[in-house]
Design a protein around this ligand. Sequence first.
Ligand code: AMP
Ligand code: MG
Length: 536
Amino acid sequence: MHSSSRSSQSLAELRFTNRFSAQLPADPRNDNTRRQVYRACYSRVVPVTATEPELVACSREAAGLLDLSGEECTSGLFTRVFSGNELLPDMDTYAMCYGGHQFGNWAGQLGDGRVINLGEIINSRNEYWTLQLKGAGPTPYSRHADGLAVLRSSLREFLCSEAMFHLGIPTTRALSLILTGDTVERDMFYDGHPQEEPGAIVCRLSPSFIRFGNFELFTARGETGVLKQLADFTIRTHFPYLNGSKPEVYSLWFDEVCRLTAELMVHWLRVGFVHGVMNTDNMSILGLTIDYGPYGWLEDYDPTWTPNTTDARGRRYCYGRQPIIAHWNLAQLANALYPLVGKPEPFEQSLQNYNLYFEQSWQDMITGKLGLKAFDPAHDRLLVEDLLHLLAEVETDMTLFFRQLAYVPSAPEKQADERSAPLQIAFYHPDHLNSAYHKKLSDWLLRYCNRVRRDGLSDQERKKRMDAVNPLYVFRNYLAQLAIDQATGGEYTLVNELLEVLRSPYTEQPGKERFAEKRPEWARHRPGCSMLSCSS
Ligand code: AMP
Ligand code: MG
């Protein structure tokens, strides 16, 4: 009783600033009918009422961003507020208007079809966070869909957002996962077999949810005035460190977005993350990972792998193409910002810079993964290229390979067997490896060890460096599915255990070995583990 009254006070004490809705043009209509919305950045709309909201999990680190303790997240008020059943007095709720290119084609207006923003707060560290509910009911942007979300996709978004944060990867955050008590109909594989599934809502947090698509829509419609308002807002609010008179500041800003996006791509490659739907409406202007849908984690290293069944044929969004697709998406953003600058050269320059930012960042990243001090182009380019071929040649678990590489002894007197022994657990079929492969692996390991010795680091120091960038625990696709199966049965221990384990992805956790294992055979072709649809 005592703690719940204290918690309600803290939630009620949130200081709302609501800069987006206060400073940008609103849709004058406030009816919630699906429609095209012109000359506005957002439409005001309120969440629907959830029948019987129930908290499944809450991230204490995300709660800390709102100055809430983990304990405060268990109050009845918390569940009411983050299921959309109770609005706090200073909340200003709205859905954003944006467009986007989907799978390479202009799709026109999309917008927050199932996201309702609750407003922006400032915390005790003077950080601004926008809060939004995903799955809280329809908006003017819902098109033909229902504005709702189901447990499986919400659980995946909730855990993966927090896992990415703890991996040190720029991302939107997830505060809570709440069941609504209502069911939602979904045809998971678009094969004419719809089923009732439990409905859920995730509360997401981010400094901003503005996407490339927000800018694209205004330019596509010739609404240059609103485009300029949104661009000026974005720069003064989220890039205050950029100075320059106009129009140069727009070019500087675009260059900065190119840099942030390049860095994000390198992070994804480092940990084996595949977003799955890199449409321009899913690209954050801050270079954050946003919109966790049919994403997946590489198990065996296969650059052509995509988790998204909709993308299975074209593989547009497969692991290895992500950097190129990001570049394509940035080119769409450049087209959208062009009216603010009036000449193409600065954009062309920045799109070239993207390649440099990416290359530099990628070299630093792969150097770190191998435990080397610095990239030596003369030797390391080929060393890395040969390794990536080797990894793709037989089914090799990417996460375990790099983690285990840190155990390979570098001393020259070691035998080939001693060098390759630590890597055996990374192979999906260690018994099927032929002698030609063994020879290639041994040769590579010998070159690697020679290279490592040139740096003069002790094996212990090398392992320490490698362990800081090669995670042991990633949110493996089958682990997500196990947690979903359990939660669907009303049991939330695995969700919460995963949340806990994924808080320290680089640190070995005794007793948690099973979360670091490679994909079991049963999960190889199971829907949800190896194949995901956009139905969510
Ligand atoms: P996505 O590519 O999954 O991020 O979604 C593309 C667009 O579809 C966005 O504008 C979403 O808001 C919208 N959308 C996806 N699912 C739903 C849904 N169940 N109800 C309404 N809109 C949705
Ligand atoms: Mg989206």
